[in-house]
Design a protein around this ligand. Sequence first.
Ligand code: SIN
Length: 281
Amino acid sequence: MTHCINPLSPTLGAEVVGLDLNEPLSDAVFLEIERAWQDANGVLVFRGQDLAPEAQIAFSRRLGDLEVHVAKRYLLPGHPEIYRVSTKQDANGKAMGNPESGRYWHSDLSYLDPPAKASLLYALEVPPIGGDTMFTNMAAAHDALSEPVRTMLNGLMAVHDYSYVRRMFSPGFGRSADPNQVPPVRHPVVRPHCDTGRKTIFVNPGFTTHIEGLSRHESGAVLAFLFEHATRPEFVYRHSWSVGDAVLWDNRLTMHHAVHDFYETGGVRHMHRTTVMGTKE
Ligand code: SIN
């Protein structure tokens, strides 16, 4: 079957229609997909998938080694490479996946060194309305900064901490992982993309606690400006999910935000995520 690739927004995102990720891809098709992913600024939507866990893992592995998420209770039994993002409960009333996952702007695993390269999120069940995911292009956001601001950011380092998100967003969040197992790490505020060298803003509201060397007041103000700037509508693509969508995003180039607006509709959202580890520059 031939596939086609269509852009989804001017700033980032493209869809791949007619490609079955259960089938092993030839090297030529895989290269084409990698190029399309780069051209789409790090967000590629594979439509109409019926993905077995083994196939999701095999495809993701072609991009690099896979991370086993620190929140162990949400891993898919028998397939620890798959982290479940879900509002479903099993017969015993136990959460089948993280129901709160990603409801704030973040880049997956920015609290590790190196941070994650990519994530592939596959939708098994989606609510009839709502439950979108927003993505923003952090290279475009960087390029839109004025020269004096770029100069100011140059050389600054920011601290990222896994436990920060629950202090900030939800006291109940992340009980499943011991934050002491994940010590804070530091990354450049402006980080060149490992494959393209393109400069990106690499801070996020979920995990970035502060910028080193600035006073608390200065760091808070600079981060608040960068978060507001990077999430301007012209840098954002909002994905409305259909069952069978598998979205591949580049965590080095984008931030994302799950929109948790569907609880009161009684809708169910159930997804499988694989996360590809980054490499040291
Ligand atoms: C995530 O942050 O990995 C989850 C995103 C989503 O549920 O849309």
